[in-house]
Design a protein around this ligand. Structure first.
Ligand SMILES: *[C@@H]1O[C@H](CO)[C@@H](O)[C@H](O)[C@H]1NC(C)=O
Ligand SMILES: *[C@@H]1O[C@H](CO)[C@@H](O)[C@H](O)[C@H]1NC(C)=O
Ligand SMILES: *[C@@H]1O[C@H](CO)[C@@H](O)[C@H](O)[C@H]1NC(C)=O
Ligand SMILES: *[C@@H]1O[C@H](CO)[C@@H](O)[C@H](O)[C@H]1NC(C)=O
Ligand SMILES: *[C@@H]1O[C@H](CO)[C@@H](O)[C@H](O)[C@H]1NC(C)=O
Length: 701
């Protein structure tokens, strides 16, 4: 191509792109799109229900970018919003500067949720898309806390703690547990007070959360208190919350911290809340209740345990329903042989267990092997009852092999599961190794069926690949009560297929161990025949046959009504519907959606789903020869051809996008550099300023 020709072509293409950009940029508001609210209207409008308000300035580039998205969101959600009693509104902060000052708006656009009593929380997801805004509206409209008038008029029960009070608490003066929050403030007396928090974008919303927490934990007789870090800098620095004591940067990223003080303890009495900041009270309440309960090492009886574990488990919950989904870690000892030092290990478990959701610690003065056996037998009842295959039988010998241990030891049971675990503590030393015990606890304390989301997917994928080779994901849809019931049924069927697979897996493990045993016996025999030295024979006899526990399945469910972009995000192609199962090979990043006969995987066909698990993990035990066809996640081949999808989905705009792509091929390097700079600042803070300039310069050339 000659330079001249290339230049002409480029000009031509740029012109088209510019025209398109103009056409898109000047999008007309849809019919009936409301004017921004002024301060009089704001108060009146708010009293009518929940509102998601976009506080914006007509001059900020991000606001301009958001404007068409906001219009589309408003139009698409209008009708549903009427039914859910939640509305998308706007406030122009240049025209209504007083209102925005009253509401403490510090940057644009600031998107916030309000109820008739005022501000609740902020919408902070990026990128801000129609989908994410609508998902936020749906979620918040279903949260009963948001429209609880009693809660809005209620007061926080949290006590203002000065440094001295706090030090006394952690020194053992607390006779009840205290949950304490730490704030970047100096004049927060009542935790509901409207004070000015500096560089803490989340503080205001957390005040409401803290009020909810203080009332919820009070029911369990757990007290709450709050500490002003700016007036107690030494304490906060000692606790590792130095950033709350003084301002160290210009960002708004300081967040309140929370910790629990255990009662009547003179050392190690303070336990930090282990998870990151959340506006949701649930995690904090669970942490406080569970950690305090665990610190008491309560007794449990076998009957209580059976009742809990065999109770019904609901994964998706209807509003107001409670379901047990707990994991019980039981320290089992023999009162005849136990020594007082054996109990010391329990102290060291409190803190690490606070980090694993749903784990409860108990003690019992007998072995739980019989209880374990009853559960395992129950598993065989269920798989035989639900399958037309020949009866499968509980393998007593394999069970004994896995549960042989001395007391004291730990047993683990999960609500809704038949499979239990025993810590292989063959000696006192093993029972005093906190790291080994915690490693074992972490490996097996995964939720029975975990909710899979875009944010935890990578973590699930990398979790203990040695033990869990596959992640089996049941596609479900929450929402209405009827759908919730159907979804729970699907998940229970997936569990049933998993137990059926567990039978094959355990039988195979048993076989492998027997082969190794025979080999060992043979080589001992051989050594004897050769009249080898005695120590050689003894060494061989002492050799342990490792009990490997691999090829287990990690089970999950994906609520596709909440996770619309999941498949695209993780490079899983094709259409996927409720009822289907996707098996993901965690080690190789392959995913499987079809069984050995090319039909969609579903738990409604128990046998074919189990066979899929067997074919992938224990091919020597598979009933069918046909291999499963897998696909690579995020395959480069998908993305190489994805421009075809673009055209397909966007019609003429798709072609224009490809034209843009071609331009970028020519002008790519310089564009990319600028984009990197832009992104660098974008990560810093979402405000008008440096970023505005970068963007303006960009659109000029
Ligand atoms: C807001 O707009 C309404 C209707 O246009 C008007 O009556 C009212 O005076 C305005 N209030 C303020 C504070 O501008
Ligand atoms: C919407 O919420 C408001 C505030 O709680 C309430 O007064 C109103 O009755 C609700 N409207 C509908 C249609 O549910
Ligand atoms: C702590 O000790 C006090 C006084 O000895 C007692 O009344 C209280 O019940 C204890 N608290 C707990 C949680 O054991
Ligand atoms: C737990 O059980 C043991 C043995 O039965 C008993 O000595 C102890 O007092 C019990 N502890 C509690 C807190 O009930
Ligand atoms: C399997 O069988 C049991 C009875 O043993 C029954 O309660 C259950 O609903 C059946 N289905 C599944 C999916 O477990």
């Amino acid at each position: 191509m000659t330079t001249q020709l290339r230049r002409n072509l480029l000009t031509f293409l740029s012109c088209i792109t510019l025209l398109v950009a103009l056409a898109v940029g000047a999008a007309e508001p849809p019919k009936g799109f409301p004017e921004p609210l002024n301060s009089t209207q704001f108060k009146e409008e708010l009293s009518k229900g929940l509102h998601i308000v976009d506080f914006y300035s007509p001059y900020c580039p991000h606001c301009k970018h958001l404007a068409p998205v906001w219009m589309e969101t408003w139009e698409e959600f209008k009708e549903e919003g009427n039914k859910l009693n939640i509305t998308f509104s706007q406030v122009n902060c240049i025209e209504s500067a007083d209102l925005c000052a009253d509401e403490n708006i510090e940057f644009f656009p600031d998107i916030r949720l309000y109820n008739p009593s005022g501000y609740i929380k902020s919408f902070t997801e990026t990128p801000r898309t129609k989908e994410s805004l609508i998902a936020f509206a749906r979620r918040e409209s279903m949260d009963p806390d948001n429209l609880d008038a009693d809660l809005d008029s209620a007061l926080s029960l949290s006590q203002d703690l000065e440094g001295f009070d706090f030090l006394e608490l952690i020194a053992g003066k607390a006779t009840r547990p205290h949950l304490i929050s730490f704030w970047p403030a100096k004049d927060l007396r009542d935790s509901d007070d409207l004070v000015n928090f500096e560089n803490c974008a989340r503080c205001r919303e957390f005040q409401r959360t803290w009020k909810i927490i203080s009332r919820q934990v009070n029911v369990e007789d757990i007290r709450t208190g709050h500490v002003n870090c700016e007036s107690n800098p030494t304490i906060c620095e000692e606790l590792g919350f130095a950033e709350l004591a003084k301002i160290t940067n210009h960002r708004g990223d300081r967040e309140p911290k929370v910790a629990l003080v255990l009662p009547n303890k003179t050392s190690n009495s303070l336990i930090d809340y282990p998870n990151g900041y959340s506006v949701n009270s649930k995690g904090y309440v669970d942490f406080a209740k569970r950690t305090f309960a665990n610190s008491q090492f309560p007794n449990i009886t076998e009957e209580e345990l059976r009742k809990k574990v065999r109770g019904s488990v609901e994964f998706l919950q209807e509003r107001g329903s409670v379901s047990n989904n707990d994991i019980h870690l039981v320290f089992a000892y023999d009162p005849e042989t136990v020594v007082i030092e054996d109990f010391d290990i329990l102290q060291y478990l409190i803190e690490p267990l606070s980090k694993i959701p749903n784990v409860y610690l108990y003690q019992i003065d007998k072995s739980l092997i019989d209880t374990s056996r009853i559960f395992f037998e129950g598993m065989y009842e269920v798989i035989n009852h639900n399958s037309s295959e020949a009866q499968k039988r509980f393998n007593e010998e394999y069970f004994a092999m896995n549960t042989v241990t001395q007391l004291p030891t730990f047993f683990m049971f999960k609500d809704g599961d038949f499979i239990s675990h025993v810590y292989p503590g063959y000696s006192t030393t093993e029972m005093r190794k906190i790291d080994a015990i915690m490693k074992w606890v972490e490996r097996y304390s995964t939720p029975l069926v975990a909710e899979v989301t875009s944010s935890n997917f990578r973590e699930l994928m990398s979790f203990e690949p040695e033990t869990y080779s596959n992640l089996a994901v049941q596609l479900v849809s929450g929402g209405k009560n009827k759908q919730i019931k159907g979804s729970n049924t699907l998940i229970h069927k997936l569990l049933c297929a998993n137990w059926d697979y567990e039978h094959t897996r355990m039988e195979n493990n048993f076989e492998q161990i027997n082969i190794k045993r025979t080999k060992k016996a043979d080589s001992i025999k051989l050594l004897r025949e050769k009249q080898a030295p005695a120590d050689k024979i003894v060494n061989k006899m002492r050799e342990e046959i490792p009990h490997v526990d691999h090829n287990k399945l990690l089970l999950g469910y994906l609520d596709i009504s909440k996770e619309k972009n999941f498949f695209k995000k993780f490079g899983i192609t094709g259409d996927h519907k409720v009822g289907e199962v996707i098996i993901i090979d965690k080690l190789n990043n392959y995913y499987y959606t079809k069984d050995n006969f090319g039909n969609n995987l579903t738990p409604n066909n128990l046998q074919s789903l189990r066979e899929a698990f067997v074919s992938l993990n224990i091919p020597s035990k598979a009933l069918y020869n046909a291999k499963l066809g897998g696909r690579l996640m995020n395959s480069p081949f998908h993305s190489a051809f994805s421009f075809l999808d673009i055209v397909h989905q966007n019609g003429i705009f798709g072609y224009l996008l490809i034209v843009l792509l071609i331009i970028m091929l020519f002008k790519g390097p310089s564009f990319c550099r600028r984009y990197r700079i832009m992104k660098h600042y974008k990560g810093k803070r979402d405000v008008v300023g440096i970023l505005g300039n970068v963007e303006k310069k960009q659109s000029q050339d």
